[in-house]
Each structure stands twice: as C-alpha cells, then as structure tokens.
Design a binder for this molecule. Sequence first.
Ligand code: GDP
Ligand code: ZN
Length: 429
Amino acid sequence: MDTIFALASAVGRSGVSVIRVSGPDVGEVCGLVLRGSRPEPRLASVRQVLDTDGGILDEALVLRFEAPHSFTGEHVLELHVHGSVAIVNAVLRRLGEVPNCRLAEPGEFTRRALVNGKMDLTQVEGLSDLIEAQTEAQRKLAQQIASGGLSTVIDGLRTDLIHAAALLEASIDFADEDVPEDVTPEVSRLLSASLERMEKLVSGQKYAERVREGFEVAIVGLPNVGKSSLLNAFAGREAAITSNFAGTTRDIIEVQMDVDGIPVTFLDTAGLRDASDPVEQIGVLRGKTRAEDADLRLFLLEADESLPIEKRDEDIVIRSKSDLRPDEAGGVSSVTGAGVTELLDRIGAILGERVAKSGLASRDRHTAALNSASVNVEEAIRLAGLGQDHYDISAEEIRSALRLLDEVVGRVDVENVLDVIFASFCLGK
Ligand code: GDP
Ligand code: ZN
C-alpha cells in the first residue's frame, strides 16, 4: 500500500495550507522530513520541515494520528504550513521524494476511509455534498447525511426486514411440527411499516435533489417588462444586461443566488413574445421550455397582458415598474427597490416548504434501489399472506430487498458506483 499525500486545503495563497499524508510510511515521512522527535499522536506540535539537503522549507504545525484512529483509518500526518504557493509546492515535491510516497488521486483519502470502514457510502456522498455546499439548506442536508442520518434509517429498515425473514424462515423449519403461532400478522406488520418508510424516503428525494442542485426560478414576461432589471435588483449586481431595446436578452441568462439559505438559479428567459425572425423564434421556444421545466415561474406583467405560458398553482404573478403607478398597491419596482425584498421572501417561503419535504435519500442511486426494494417487499407481503408453503419464496424476496439496501450504504461490492462518486471529489479529500 502506497503512502499518499495531497494539499487538503484550497489551492492558492492563504494564511495556512494543510497537507495531508496517509499510509503505512507516515513514520518514515516524519523521520525524513521533520526535524526533532516524532510528534506525539493527536498532540499539536511545531516542527521544521526539512528539504533533502537539510535546508528548512518551512516551520509547520504538525498533527499525527495513528491507525486506526484517523480519518482514513491509516497512519496520518497533517502539515499545517504557511499558505504560499512556493512553500506548498516545495513540501509536495519533498514528500514525492520519500520512498513509497505519491500524490493522492482525487477522493483517494475518502476512498481509503470507506475501505477501512470509517464511513459508509452514503456518508461519503454526504461529505462530498458538504464540501460542495454553498447555502445553509445544502449544508444542513449534507451534514445530516455525512453524519450517518441516511445510514441509520437504512439500518432500521434492515433490522426489520431481517426480523421478518427470520420469522418466516423459523416457521419453515418448524413446518413438520406444531407451529407455535401464526407469524403472518407480525411479518406483514414489519414489512408494511418498512414499505411505508421506504416510500417516504423515495418521495422526499426529488426535493433533496433540488436542495443539492438548486431550484430553478424562471422570470417570465414580454420583452421590456423589466425582467433583467429585476434580476439585477435581486442580485444586487449587474448580472444581466438591461437596455431600452426589446430582445436584448437573446438566450437564457442564469444567475445563482442564495435566497434565505436556499440555492436558487434565476433564469432570465428571452422575452416570450410571438417572434417572426426564425433565429429569435428558437430563442423564444428555448426560453418557454426552460420556463416550463423550472421549479417556479415568476410572471412579470407591465399592464394587463396575458401570460405567455401556463401558470401553475404556486407560480407568482406580479406587476413590474410599480414606481410608474404610485397610486397602485403591490407590484415591484427595480428602480426604487420597492417590493423587491418582499418578492424574494415570497420565493423563499414557497421554496422553503419544498426544502422541508426533502428526505435523506438525495440521489437517483438511492431511489432506484429503494424502488426496487419496495417491489420486493410488496411481493413478500403478498406471498406471506398466501400461507406457510409460500414462506420460503417470501423470505427470498426479503433477501433481495436487503441486498438492495446494502447497495445503498455500500455494504456489498459497489466498485462501479465508487468511480462515479470519487470522480467528483476534489484533490486532497
Ligand atoms: P426585459 O426586457 O424584460 O429584461 O426588461 P429590462 O429589464 O431590460 O427593462 C426594460 C426597460 O424598462 C429598461 O429601460 C429599464 O430601465 C426599464 N425598467 C425596468 N424596470 C423598471 C422599473 O421598475 N421602473 C421603471 N420605471 N423602469 C424600469
Ligand atoms: Zn432582459
């Protein structure tokens, strides 16, 4: 097993940069690269980091962890060096000269943590999301998953399914003797309760996925109603071009924002009017499609024009340029800023209800496995209801469901999933 190292903190200049080393040869690394005695495990100490010729590369705060009590489960050394590009490069170069030491691949530390049983697959996914999190809603969801929230729910399901299978199998073994009691009611109770929990996980996934990827809110309206200006007012910066001429926004402009902790991508669609120019028609059509697919539409109207696409229940309809009609209540003005905060609050409240519905299953991978497992469990309930001579095939359905749940947490071989997950990891994690 190689010993791996990488910069764990962000690339570029900073106060402190953290270089992480993990593997069997951490002891050798300490001996070769650090002046003085080997750092005590889990105690911060200051050491000179030495070059091959004995020259001092930097003075670093060092932390040593002994296997298995570390993030990866291996021996680990953390070097907290001064955060300059030159120091980091020099220390990484020096580490590369130590025998059996090499630069880590993206996600390799976490991969080792997984292999060594320090975390399961859902926690790895949660950690990946945690590192990517940009808003509070994303942080909260990722934190719950990273700390084992989904694993706990899956474990609870496993326990009940194993119990149900055990009851059925015990009855099969007693088939020739007097069966003490009919297990069917207890088995169906356990299975139905499990099924309900699995369905709940599945139904919350689409919201969790929105939290991870961001909600899309399309600003819809005719050219010149003030869409781009409103987006600018939202963002508080020049995110889209405003102009007096219709049709400036040719394509779709996307602006990502944090609305009350919720990740939102605002779409400034091309003005949805009847265009005669074929090129413009394409843009309008694209805008319509994107707006229809968005999570929420914000219809901006200047007068009493009709809506260019269908309005759905929670979609917002609001009058723009309210500063031009001072005697009229409501509306929004990008010029005076009147109503802008209220409008953002309204969007935050609508999306916040959806965030609240998000479950801990947050990926397609989870729901695919849970949906298949649900089919197995439904079938198991049906078969168990047919009586004792169907108990063996009912138990077999439960075993299939269990294998699928094991896939979710990575208890069974999941090499193909690993590559996908770790490909998205940044270096040093
Ligand atoms: P879009 O085509 O819907 O994106 O509209 P723009 O944001 O480009 O705005 C079209 C014109 O309306 C520009 O001249 C803006 O300055 C003007 N405008 C936008 N919002 C307001 C507003 O709230 N009040 C006033 N008085 N003018 C606005
Ligand atoms: Zn515009």
